[in-house]
Design a protein around this ligand. Structure first.
Ligand code: ATP
Ligand code: MG
Length: 138
């Protein structure tokens, strides 16, 4: 059993897509092990996306991620990291396969791609610890 971190990003929250997104995750066999809504501070968003600091899109990404609340979810299941990445689809919603979360809920530009997902076991561990103290993941 593996864990991964999902974030439902501000555009999907504003568009009332939280329920549909969680429904797809649970339907696919991914179990919610922790969940909270949080309006990220600039410092929290910058810390979360530390690896992207200095890239051309860093500032727009941080502005977007702090523009409205997000829903942070610790998911668990078999092969959860890759299973969830398949459900999300490609980073750019315009390139994401039909029926994926990013194709269906992503916005007009790549930054507004509706959801985040950890990309490796190391990232998943770091990202889950970033948002959930042990006692908040079940
Ligand atoms: P995520 O980490 O959110 O699952 P990812 O791993 O597919 O997505 P990363 O390369 O880690 O993508 O980029 C993190 C986030 O930064 C993306 O999800 C997207 O919101 C934004 N982003 C990535 N590339 C660009 C870009 N070229 N221009 C604008 N925003 C971008
Ligand atoms: Mg990434």
């Amino acid at each position: 059993i593996e864990r991964t971190l999902s974030i439902i990003k501000p555009n999907a929250v504003i568009n009332h897509n939280i329920g549909q997104i969680i429904n797809r995750l649970e339907t696919a066999g991914l179990q919610v092990a922790g969940l909270k809504m949080v309006h990220l501070s600039k410092e929290q968003a910058e810390g979360f996306y530390e690896e992207h600091r200095g890239k051309v899109f860093f500032e727009i990404l941080v502005d977007f991620m702090t523009s409205a609340p997000v829903v942070v979810i610790a998911l668990q299941g078999e092969n959860a990291i890759n299973a969830y990445r398949e459900i999300m689809g490609a980073t750019d919603p315009a390139a994401a396969a039909r029926g994926t979360l990013r194709a269906d809920f992503g916005g007009e530009i790549v930054t507004y791609n509706a959801v985040h997902g950890s990309d490796s076991p190391e990232s998943a561990a770091r990202e889950i610890a970033y948002f959930f103290p042990d006692t908040q993941v079940y």
